[in-house]
Design a protein around this ligand. Sequence first.
Ligand SMILES: Nc1ncnc2c1ncn2[C@@H]1O[C@H](COP(=O)(O)OP(=O)(O)O)[C@@H](O)[C@H]1O
Ligand SMILES: [Mg+2]
Length: 347
Amino acid sequence: MSAIETKELTKVYRTYKKAPGLWGAVKGLGKRDYQEVRAADGVTFSIEEGEFVGFLGPNGAGKTTVLKMLSGLLNPTSGTAQVLGFTPWERKDAMKRQFSLLMGQKNALWWDLPARESLELNRAIYGIERGSFTKIVGELTELLDCADKLDVMVRELSLGERMKMELIAALLHSPRVLFLDEPTIGLDVTSQKKVREFLRHYNGDRKIVTMLTSHYMQDIEELCARVIIIDNGRIFFDGPLSAIIDRFATHKIVGLSFANGVDCDFAGLGEIVERTPGSIRLKVPRGKVAETCREVLGACKVTDLNVEEPPVEEVIRQLFHEQEGVTAGKISQGKTSNTQHPTPNIQ
Ligand SMILES: Nc1ncnc2c1ncn2[C@@H]1O[C@H](COP(=O)(O)OP(=O)(O)O)[C@@H](O)[C@H]1O
Ligand SMILES: [Mg+2]
């Protein structure tokens, strides 16, 4: 049996529309108009023990909804899911003891207490022995380099420090399944790297199942061999990260160096993505790479030529049709749930 299995998991949210003003409220007493959002629409996948899976998609795609159903915080509208053999929304104690959900945008720690006291509370809830508690906290704080922050009031911690404490709280009971929803969002680069290194180490060491959503492609590239991509509630890709390039990249990058400087006309051959006095990089449609190389070799004094795949981050960005609000290392921050885009090659 797989560690996580979903079949046709579907969640439809109903939001009631109220016409503005008092009249709207009065009318609302009778028949109410509602809007339906299919946040998850027939989601089917399975994840094996020890896998580290990236769960990607533009904002509003349905990632958090799926993770909330898998954590038992939401009941599905239809479909089934099993986490370690349990149906999550039955909220059995035995399942609660074996998984954790960490949401980067919400805090689970007590704001007005030092992290140590929140951890103590979790120790009591999970019935963890004093000895193993001390050992686990010691190990985790050392790996995350935050032992000196345990007695600082949570509200006084930096976002990065707080997220490290959140991670420790999430891992205190040594779960076998870990759901991480944007754990690095808004963190400074150094904390992001620390958290990333920690997650890689932890997953490698414990072989726990981890599902991670992140806006930062570097997180995904460094941690996840497999990615599941969701859009408009539907999964349209599930496979190795590298296969995204094979499957969705429309272009390759052709790099050319010249003996006597760049003296050719590249109009019509491809978009120039980089240019130095002695070299040029062109973005060329995949089907035209050979033809373009032949043409350039025939017309110019080329000293070196190489053909590269585009970066996976760029391919994913294109896939999500995201141009606005994109900064280096991020897929997007913009709201895209209402944008209509074709779903590429639904599996
Ligand atoms: N509680 C809710 N009520 C109504 N609609 C919701 C609710 N939560 C999320 N949605 C909608 O469901 C869709 C998926 O949201 P979400 O799962 O948060 O996406 P993601 O985590 O991928 O950004 C979005 O269109 C969002 O606006
Ligand atoms: Mg989300």
